[in-house]
Design a protein around this ligand. Structure first.
Ligand SMILES: Cc1cc2nc3c(=O)[nH]c(=O)nc-3n(C[C@H](O)[C@H](O)[C@H](O)COP(=O)(O)OP(=O)(O)OC[C@H]3O[C@@H](n4cnc5c(N)ncnc54)[C@H](O)[C@@H]3O)c2cc1C
Length: 293
């Protein structure tokens, strides 16, 4: 029979990040609890059994969406729905806006946090691909203080990240949007609110002539971790991409995918989905950047 009640655990709701770090350090087998939308289902299925949960959602000032002189800063406990509610995100960060509205359902988005989504290490989570495509960084705090980890180096294997057990992600930093930026996230799912069969994040920076100076392309749920499709991105840079370049980028992204055949479809089908979504997302991102009519 499937278990529905998690094993017993101690629950703490610290009032500061430093107190939370102390609890993680000094309690055996402790885990951070944010929205609980990924961790609690694993505990109910007995696939995870931490002895202590350190709930960070009551820590003040960890939930915010701010734009500074050089970045968009997202506090760790910002709810996914806060991204949907933010005019700043809708108007200036369309890649993030696309992804946030296709994560799960309103109930999950009201509980699930940005920090939990990027820290879980599930290749099916949608926000990590956006962060890779943007070239975002994660600010984490641990017993020795703060360090900043590029999203690109964060994902090591399925459910394995470069976070130490007593570290907490406090902020996600996305490079500040500039004129000529354009992004798009396209996701194919079996039904509304499902994890992706495959999804593609594209972020482009163009100049006034439509030349792409920077490109990031990342893939969701087609490998052991979220994947960066660097060769596909390289196909688009230092030029005004032609249709042939966009078709080639789609093929290169499909080659970068490492899908398995499973309930969401055969591997070759998923590669085809990546190819098509990449081509469409690049066109949409270029259009949003003002570089394609
Ligand atoms: C029915 C359903 C459908 C879903 N569909 C999707 C989907 O389509 N796309 C998608 O992206 N997600 C989906 N999710 C997952 C959802 O988005 C989760 O909310 C999210 O992945 C985790 O966020 P959370 O705040 O709930 O984290 P939690 O479940 O609380 O934590 C997840 C993991 O991250 C760690 N963690 C959390 N916050 C921090 C932090 N600040 N620092 C360090 N470690 C931290 C925890 O210790 C835990 O290991 C779905 C979930 C459900 C239940």
């Amino acid at each position: 029979m499937t278990e529905v009640i998690p094993p017993e655990f101690e629950y703490h709701a610290p009032g500061s990040v430093d107190e939370a770090i102390g609890l993680l350090q000094n309690s055996g087998e402790a885990k951070v609890l944010a929205g609980g939308q990924s961790l609690l289902p694993l505990m109910k299925l007995r696939l995870a059994a931490p002895k202590t949960l350190v709930d960070i959602t009551r820590i003040p000032k960890l939930s915010y969406v701010n734009e500074t002189t050089d970045c968009l800063c997202l506090g760790a406990t910002t709810k996914i729905n806060d991204l949907n509610d933010s005019a700043l995100i809708r108007n200036r960060y369309p890649l993030l806006a696309d992804a946030a509205q296709h994560i799960a359902d309103p109930l999950v988005r009201n509980m699930g946090t940005v920090g939990g989504n990027v820290c879980h290490g599930d290749p099916g989570n949608d926000l990590p691909a956006c962060m890779l495509a943007y070239g975002a960084s994660y600010v984490v705090r641990g017993p020795k203080g703060n360090r900043t980890i590029p999203a690109q180096g964060f994902y090591q294997d399925t459910f394995v990240t470069s976070l130490d057990p007593s570290e907490i992600l406090v902020e996600v930093q996305v490079p500040k949007a500039q004129p000529g930026d354009g992004g798009a996230y396209l996701k194919m799912e079996r039904k509304v609110s499902d994890f992706a069969i495959a999804a593609v994040a594209v972020q482009l920076r163009t100049d006034s002539r439509g030349t792409v100076n920077q490109a990031g392309i990342a893939l969701t749920n087609v490998g052991p971790t979220v994947l960066l499709a660097s060769q596909a991105a390289g196909q688009l840079t230092t030029k005004k991409p032609t249709n042939a370049d966009i078709l080639a980028a789609g093929k290169l992204a499909a080659e970068a995918a490492q899908p398995n055949s499973d309930l969401r479809g055969p591997a070759e089908f998923k590669r085809g989905v990546v190819q098509t979504l990449t081509q469409r997302a690049v066109k949409l991102a270029l259009w949003r950047a003002g570089g394609m009519s």
